[in-house]
Write a protein that binds this ligand. Structure first.
Ligand code: AMP
Ligand code: GLY
Length: 457
């Protein structure tokens, strides 16, 4: 079969790589892909005119899929899902992995997902939705002064100590800039003014969710989901993963798109895993089914674990980046088959098999990232040294020096802040980490930098 992967990051490179391993897959097209996907077996990059979240661009992709007899399309990032790319492809009878626009609201609207969690009893931080600045401000003032509003009267018993910080979430997609953890009234007021009054995030910030801050450890669970109205829904969770979002060692510095990931997470205890099933996964599935959602695609549970209890912080309606780069190398099952099973509602019979061992995938970035950084620097790779580690490089901000689309050629240069991840398997987490960091030593580009504590933090 011929497969189309939409997106251009490290996650999409990992998807292309995994799909190419399937005996059933003849060709993979990456739209637009990157310098890494261009070099992958069976893969051809497709030049994309415009932004993949725009209708015009999506129509172009749809025409391409029809012309090339694409049997399966996988959407990597959330933005095109938010704009209904799945609805467009399905309306033309094409097989596409992802939620429709309505179901994508689980990620694209924090107010929708919060009320969904509450409606179906998915355990989450206690929160309230505000659509106007003044009411939100009154709540925040009451919360910090301890005189007025609090979350205490909500269903769950209060924690022993009232958390002092308040989490402020813009309702809409905000490219990682929509969540502020405010430790003081002044910070909270500032966030509300910026989101709701000054509209620094546009419409995305005009509604906010305010919620209590849960202190614990974060875990990402990615899963395959198959739900359509009238069909028995099914969800298959993958091995757990952890992203390391802060820029510098010791989880210091600004938030980033992810500085590295590991899988599985060693501290995700049996008790917590069971709790995840009963407190998060099962009520989610019940809710998706009760709402009659059309969702045959990947789902991502962003969890906070406190004392073996799982709290759902967010849904993403896609695979995580960089979690996918750590999870897919552990998957022993055929990925194209998995996608087909999601689409034809046979997921409950699908044999999802995982390799033993662990993967560590630190990300190499251009030093200035997430601030300003240079682009266009040559990337050199000591192939024998890399091969000796067994690691796989998944590229993100990397482009070929010449040509576009199917005609790309030449050595790779940097084209973004997060340039690549080195995903290494090991019999255990220690070996995986040692190999991954040895692999990064085989790579160089100007101002290359990375965190040295992925999997150790
Ligand atoms: P979200 O987009 O909702 O996952 O939020 C982004 C990040 O903010 C999460 O990955 C957490 O690190 C943090 N966060 C979100 N909600 C909470 C919460 N209720 N308590 C503590 N941290 C949170
Ligand atoms: N790694 C977090 C995300 O993909 O949203």
């Amino acid at each position: 079969m011929n497969v189309l992967v939409i997106g251009s990051g490290g996650r999409e490179h990992a998807l292309v790589w995994k799909l190419a391993q399937s005996a059933e897959v003849k060709k993979v097209f990456a739209a637009p892909g990157n310098g890494g996907t261009a070099g992958e077996a069976k893969c051809t990059n497709i030049a994309v005119d415009g932004d993949i979240s725009e209708e015009k661009t999506q129509t172009g992709l749809l025409e391409f899929a029809k012309q090339e007899h694409i049997d399966l399309t996988i959407i990597g990032p959330e933005a095109p899902l938010a704009e209904g790319i799945v609805d467009r492809f399905r309306a033309e009878g094409l097989a596409v992995v992802g939620p429709d626009k309505n179901a994508a609201r689980l990620e694209t609207s924090k107010a929708f997902s919060k009320s969904f969690m509450e409606r179906y009893g998915v355990r989450t931080a206690r929160g309230k939705i505000f659509r106007g600045h003044d009411a939100a401000l009154r709540f925040v003032q009451g919360y910090f002064k301890g005189t007025g509003f609090s979350f205490k009267d909500e269903a769950e018993p209060p924690p022993e100590k009232k958390p002092s910080s308040l989490v402020i979430k813009a309702d809409g997609l905000a490219a990682g800039k929509g969540v502020i953890i405010a430790a003081s009234l002044a910070e909270a007021e500032g966030a509300l003014a910026s989101f709701m009054r000054d509209k620094t995030l546009g419409e995305a910030g005009t509604t906010v969710v305010l919620e209590e801050c849960i202190e614990g450890t974060e875990i990402s669970v990615l899963a395959a989901l198959s739900a359509s109205p009238g069909k028995k829904p099914c969800i298959l969770p993958f091995v757990s993963a952890r992203d390391h979002k802060r820029r510098f060692d010791g989880a210091k510095g600004p938030n980033t798109g992810g500085m590295g990931a590991i899988a599985p997470v060693p501290d995700f205890s049996e008790i917590a895993q069971k709790d995840f099933r009963t407190a998060v996964l099962e009520p989610t599935l019940k809710g998706i089914s009760a709402e009659g959602m059309e969702y045959r695609g990947f789902i991502f549970f962003g969890l906070m674990i406190r004392k073996n209890r799982c709290y759902l912080l967010e849904y993403n309606v896609r695979l995580g980046d960089p979690e996918t780069q750590a999870v897919l190398p552990l998957l022993d099952s055929d990925f194209a088959e998995l996608c087909k099973a999601m689409l034809d509602h046979s997921l409950d019979n699908f044999p999802l098999v995982w390799k033993e061992g662990a993967v560590c995938a630190p990300v190499a970035v251009a030093a200035g990232y997430p601030g300003a950084y240079d682009k266009g620097d040559p990337i050199t790779i000591d192939r024998p040294a890399l091969q000796e580690t067994g690691a796989k490089l998944f590229f993100a901000g990397a482009a070929a020096t010449a040509g576009t689309g199917a005609a790309v050629s030449g050595p790779l240069i940097t084209s973004g802040g997060r340039v690549l991840s080195a995903s290494a398997w090991g019999v255990n987490a220690v070996e995986a980490r040692e190999r991954a960091y040895r692999a990064l030593k085989a790579v160089s580009f100007a101002d290359m930098d990375y965190r040295t504590d992925i999997g150790r933090e």
